[in-house]
Ligand binder design. Sequence first.
Ligand SMILES: Nc1nc2c(ncn2[C@@H]2O[C@H](COP(=O)(O)OP(=O)(O)OP(=O)(O)O)[C@@H](O)[C@H]2O)c(=O)[nH]1
Ligand SMILES: [Mg+2]
Length: 261
Amino acid sequence: MRLASWRMIAKLVRGSDVVLEVVDIRDPVSTMSRRLEKIVEAFDKTLLIVLNKSDLVPRSVAEGWKSYLESLGYKAMYVSATSRLGTRMLRGWVRASVPAKPFTAAVVGYPKTGKSSIINALRGRKGALTSPIPGSFGYTRSFQIFKVEEGFYMIDTPGIVPVEGGWPEAVIRGKAPEEIPDPLPAAVALIEKALKYNRRALLEAYGIEETDPYKALEILALKRGWRYKSTGEPLIEEAARTVIRDYHTAKLYFYVPPPDK
Ligand SMILES: Nc1nc2c(ncn2[C@@H]2O[C@H](COP(=O)(O)OP(=O)(O)OP(=O)(O)O)[C@@H](O)[C@H]2O)c(=O)[nH]1
Ligand SMILES: [Mg+2]
């Protein structure tokens, strides 16, 4: 799977008028990039944090994240690209953030935060390819320019290399699930995080009551009939990849609440 290089991102930021950093509102802090923000600062461009997928969290949580980020000095807005919530406002906000047309807005962020979906929502039609799983058909492979309206252009980018943002986000977004060499540690960390924020996450997704991540993966593998041919042991790697995929599609459901200010 091809990700954007920082060199390319820096060049893109330099040539753009405004930068939209798209983050996943289920876990904004883990999907924000200080490195990107520093590049935007260095070129003295306007940065807008777009908290996307807000259909997946209660309104109060979306509001909480927005005001938390604003308290840190960011300009932030929450939207749902796929439910078209707040997207009209976002279009107006981007327009208002630049002095005049024509202008170019770069859309940058971690893999799978919904960058292409936002561009489609702002244009009011499909055009940028989208996909639920990193590396699967439809993920963005190269920079591409789209016209939103006369004089308003947006540049879609592949996800940026997730060096920060922490564990396990960097691993599960950085590669296609089948390409993660050992998916177990990332899946275990993901399950721990899911259960921390939604103790019914495994129950809701798989009907599994077990809360030990490793045991839960075994149960999931057995439920699905995934066993090693040689030994009959549960094929937990397959269960691990499934859990990672299900996080991408929000079947494994949780969100991180905003910190108290
Ligand atoms: N629930 C929900 N899903 C969304 C939203 N926006 C995007 N998605 C889904 O998230 C997945 C990723 O969306 P993309 O637009 O392909 O994300 P991207 O950031 O362009 O991904 P890459 O190009 O691979 O980095 C797709 O399955 C989208 O349908 C949203 O607002 N809500
Ligand atoms: Mg994309």
